[in-house]
Design a protein. Structure first.
Length: 576
């Protein structure tokens, strides 16, 4: 009996051991498979994946996530060949920059040329390289460079008074990023047909001007004028999107050269709550706008006197050469007359954030410095309408030029020969081309604007009982026509549902103004206002939207707007 009991126990223990061993092996095998899958997943991780898994404050000191590679080897080789690079680069700079210096020569100077130009004995130092694009078409890379140079550059300057000044450019300190484009890739050495170079980003440019044998400060205005001229010449001759194309293998490389790719329409609508820069009275704001900061490509608005909430409603048009990298910059200044204008604030909008063919309506907070976007001080806000239209936009793409009328693009489109489109009511470019070119002076967008004041939301309380008796006054900025809604008593969420029709003489340049008041028996209290351009209703013809009440802590006005167009063409010499 004991034998059978022992045998049964032994068999049971043996089976248990076998089952346990099998399960252990299966578990280990599953663990190995899981580990292999994990390792495979890690092998596919990108830098961005690593950043998501490991927050920056937990990085070990030896971990560096960088797309740049150090270039010690390149700097060593550049030092060796610098004498030859110096000679070639000096000749290239002289031939390319000298004409631009002459182009931006200030009025006080009669002529401006290089009498001597060498880049000195100190080679630049490259601090990093980034591969921006690499495919079968070509390679795009960016090189970051520091250069504390000892050049020998002498400018031969002649003033309007006949005075000749040899001016030396000294102590150049430069930090920037150069972009190199190697296109097209070919099979024969050096494996690319041409190379383009451009200054992608200028981080620092310092230099000093000295009259040989004299002091440049003794001649008022010359030093500042020359500094601005030199910086403008650099901006215009080699700063992106401008690029220099150097053929390596003979061929046609015109496709690599800088070309306009579209137009940017900017409507500077208004600003609000601007910082006051004047001790007596209020600032006199005006705006400077540019895509490329060059004198002949910079636009200036009119000055609005003594107003921290100016309304400009001005249109500006810019040529775009690279929508992926270019931005539009707006700087608001206080006009101090003969004194230098003081900067109130600035903003910058990247063109890649704009949807082609669609108007972007934005309020943007002003900052002190574009390089440092965070600004604790409240400098005010600016209201812009932006429209980017590429030249190659397909007909099926949203295109306000073809549908309705949008800003000055309409004027440009309709006044061009053979490039106009239909205007939405049967009068297209064919009919318009019959008009004499002398009469294509101005286009007036006349029509009827129907405004339905639907309701208000969360309006500010103006009475002691915590309520208000609101009504709305509507007007067009360019006409004297005014309408008023009925008064809704004791309500912060009034419903009006009243429609008013305005005959609009110039839809491109007029504005709709709505002022909200609290009605009292012997007076009225101002609650806030809404100011609208007609751009959106000209394009969409019919839409409903909510508009924040300016000048009030809370409140919105709900509107429905409808446009019935009637375009006419007006000769500037003839009344309508």
């Amino acid at each position: 009996m004991g034998f059978w009991v022992g045998l049964a126990v032994g068999v049971a223990v043996g089976i248990a051991l076998i089952v346990g061993f099998a399960r252990s092996e299966n578990s280990r095998s599953a663990g190995r498979r899981q580990l292999a899958a994990t390792v495979a997943s890690f092998s596919k991780m990108t830098v961005e994946d690593s950043r998501k898994l490991l927050p920056a404050d937990l990085y070990p000191s030896w971990v560096v996530f960088s797309t740049q590679q150090k270039l010690k080897w390149l700097n060593q080789e550049l030092i060796k060949i610098w004498p030859f690079v110096n000679q070639a680069a000096s000749d290239l700079i002289k031939t390319s920059v000298e004409p631009v210096l002459e182009q931006y020569r200030p009025m006080v100077i009669a002529s401006l040329k290089f009498s001597k130009l060498t880049l000195g004995t100190v080679a630049p130092q490259f601090t990093g390289i980034s591969i921006i694009e690499s495919n079968d078409a070509g390679i795009v890379m960016e090189l970051e460079m520091n250069w504390d140079a000892n050049p020998s550059i002498i400018l031969d300057v002649k003033t309007r008074l006949g005075l000749a000044l040899p001016i030396q450019v000294k102590d150049i300190g430069f930090t920037g990023v150069f972009r190199l484009i190697f296109k097209p890739l070919v099979e024969e050495l050096p494996c690319f047909g041409a190379v383009c170079f451009s200054l992608r980003k200028k981080k620092k440019l310092d230099f000093r001007l000295k009259v040989i044998g004299g002091d440049i400060s003794a001649i008022p205005g010359i030093s500042d004028a020359l500094e601005d001229t030199i910086k403008n010449a650099i901006e215009d001759s080699i700063t992106w999107p401008v690029r220099k194309v150097i053929p390596i293998i003979p061929g046609d490389y015109s496709d690599l050269e800088l070309k306009p790719v579209g137009t940017l329409e900017v409507k500077l609508v208004q600003a609000r709550d601007l910082t006051n820069k004047d001790l007596i009275g209020k600032s006199d704001p005006f705006a400077i706008l540019y895509v490329r900061p060059l004198p002949d490509k910079t636009k200036r608005s009119k000055t609005i006197s003594n107003d921290l909430n100016p309304i400009w409603n001005e249109h500006f048009e810019f040529i775009v050469e690279d929508a992926d990298t270019q931005s539009v910059t707006v700087k608001i200044y206080d006009d101090d007359g003969i004194q230098e204008s003081e900067l109130i604030g600035c903003i910058q909008v990247s063109l890649k954030d704009l949807q082609p063919g669609k108007v972007k309506d934005v309020w943007l907070k002003l900052v002190k410095d574009l390089e440092i976007q965070r600004d604790r001080k409240d400098r005010g806000q600016v209201h812009l309408e932006l429209l980017y239209c590429p030249f190659n936009m397909k007909d099926e793409a949203p295109n306000p030029f073809r549908q309705q009328f949008s800003m000055t693009s309409l004027e440009r489109t309709m006044t061009s020969n053979g490039n106009g489109h239909g205007n939405g009511n049967g009068t297209g470019s064919t009919e318009y081309s019959r008009l004499s070119s002398r009469k294509r002076k101005e286009i007036i967008l006349r029509g009827v604007l129907s405004v339905t004041v639907l309701s208000g939301e969360d309006l500010p309380a103006m009475d002691m009982n915590g309520k208000s008796d609101p009504y709305v006054v509507l007007s067009l900025k360019k006409t004297k026509t005014k309408y008023k809604t009925r008064v809704v008593t004791e309500s912060l969420n009034p419903v009006w549902n009243q429609t008013f029709d305005f005959v609009v003489e110039d839809g491109l340049h007029d504005m709709l103004m709505l002022e909200v008041y609290d009605h009292d028996t012997f007076r009225r209290d101002y609650m806030g206002r809404c100011i609208l351009t007609l751009t959106k209703v000209l394009i969409e013809e019919d839409y409903t939207d909510s508009f924040t009440l300016e000048g009030a802590k809370t409140g919105k006005i709900n509107l429905h707007l409808k446009w019935s167009p009637q375009s006419i063409y007006r000769d500037s010499r003839e009344p309508v």
